[in-house]
Design a protein around this ligand. Structure first.
Ligand code: FAD
Length: 392
């Protein structure tokens, strides 16, 4: 169930479709980790040259000043033409938009253009071994040096794309005496800085999607600070808000389409089995509810509204339905569905990660309980994740 295009959106869709037809032969063969980063960056650059990367960014920062519905049109058309999306979804979807809100003019001028054109790829250096849900508990330390710059020591983990990123947005503690949310500052760090080491974390499917990042005496200049010293939590919340929107607003690109599940049930010849039918019906209800809710989120965003905590419910439903779809596919096809590269195996391997990324199910359940359903607060609320503190 997709929103119907307005006349302007239909014209924009035609423009996207035409441009994609012109450049389709330059697309990399696959958008997976195994495709070369250079080829994926070149593809993003090609899309940016046509004006189809960051279409919701303001025009003065290289975007089109359009909305999330137009972004969805670009994504739709890429999918329709079976073409890969951009390389730097973190930089374009989360970090760039947060820089537009908080970075200095000089930082924006320096980084936003290269980011759109994949001349720079960015990563998000927030999570640590003992600070994920409880993000404000991070320990990476930034100490003011005599020359006014900063020296960073600490360890980050689960850093997607750090293996090829040129810059990172790093959350570090600048004041150990302040209460934990207040003593944080956000920095720009070049990933080739002396003292910074990236170690890949290998996943069950053999790919290394994310990394550990060690920072040992990394020197940063004074102008590496984004949004002011001591304001790191505010900047982090903006990033997390864009992350939440990216995940829920583009829910369908993570999951399995209902049609594919119906086809799998039909193919298996088990469409008469009452248990399979019940599983399929439950999944269909969840996917249809998700689709309707994502549509509402997109409309809210398009009208400039910030979606509230109820968006968390979409992410929980997305995780549960992705998991259920993967399990149903594997039950229907048996061992042949577990071969590497098979979509059901990929879905099943991906779902547990999705459960944690962008706020875990448990944390979101707490937020939904308290802020949507009005249940009494959990005693440990102050230790909870950023999602509890999000504006809106
Ligand atoms: C695919 C993927 C990509 C990622 N990319 C990045 C990235 O690029 N940069 C980055 O900085 N981080 C990234 N992360 C890390 C992500 O932000 C964290 O995994 C997430 O914040 C959860 O933190 P954690 O893994 O430390 O789990 P924990 O916070 O240790 O949680 C472990 C379990 O305990 C539960 N739990 C924790 N606290 C509570 C509570 N108060 N009440 C109830 N249950 C609770 C959680 O729900 C979870 O089930 C990524 C994660 C994934 C899976």
């Amino acid at each position: 169930m997709k929103p119907k295009d307005t006349a302007e959106q239909a014209a924009f869709r035609a423009e996207v479709r035409d441009y994609l037809a012109q450049i389709a032969d330059q697309a990399p063969e696959s958008a997976t980790e195994s495709a070369s980063v250079a080829a994926r960056a070149a593809w993003q650059r090609k899309l940016a040259e046509g004006g189809f990367v960051g279409v919701a960014w303001p025009a003065e920062h290289g975007g089109r000043g359009l909305g999330p519905l137009e972004q969805m049109i670009v994504d739709d058309e890429l999918e329709r033409a079976d073409l890969p999306g951009i390389l730097d979804f973190i930089g374009i979807g989360m970090l760039g938009p947060a820089m537009i809100v908080h970075a200095s003019e000089q930082q924006q001028h320096r980084h936003l253009g290269p980011l759109l054109h994949a001349e720079e790829v960015w990563c998000q250096l927030f999570s640590e071994p003992a600070a994920g849900s409880d993000l404000a508990g991070i320990k990476a330390r930034a100490k003011l040096s005599d020359g006014g710059g900063w020296t960073i020591d600490g360890q980050k983990v689960w850093t997607t794309n750090a293996q090829f990123a040129s810059y990172g947005m790093l959350l570090a503690r600048t004041d150990t005496s302040a209460i934990k949310h207040r003593g944080l500052t956000m920095f720009i760090v070049a990933m080739d800085s002396a003292g910074l080491e990236v170690r890949p974390l290998r996943q069950i499917n053999g790919e290394a999607h994310f990394n550990e990042v060690f920072l040992d005496g990394v020197e940063l200049p004074a102008d590496a600070v984004i949004g002011g010293v001591g304001n790191g939590w505010k900047v982090a919340l903006t990033v997390l808000m864009f992350e939440r929107m990216a995940i829920s607003g583009h829910a369908r690109s993570f999951g399995i389409e209902l049609d594919a599940v119906v086809e799998a049930v039909r193919d298996s010849g088990r469409g008469d089995d009452p248990i399979i039918r019940r599983r399929l019906a439950e999944l269909a209800v969840d996917l249809m509810a998700l689709s309707a809710a994502s549509k509402e989120t997109l409309f809210a965003l398009q009208s400039g509204l910030t979606p509230g905590p109820e968006v968390g419910l979409q992410k929980v439903t997305l995780v549960e339905s992705t998991t259920a779809a993967g399990e149903l596919g594997i039950d229907l096809y048996g061992p042949e569905a577990l071969v590497a590269g098979n979509r059901w195996a990929e879905t099943t391997a991906f779902a547990p990660g999705l459960r944690s990324a962008g706020g875990s199910n448990e944390i979101l359940a707490t937020t939904i309980g308290e802020r949507v359903l009005g249940l009494p607060p959990e005693p440990r609320l102050d230790k909870n994740v950023a999602f509890d503190q999000l504006p809106g």
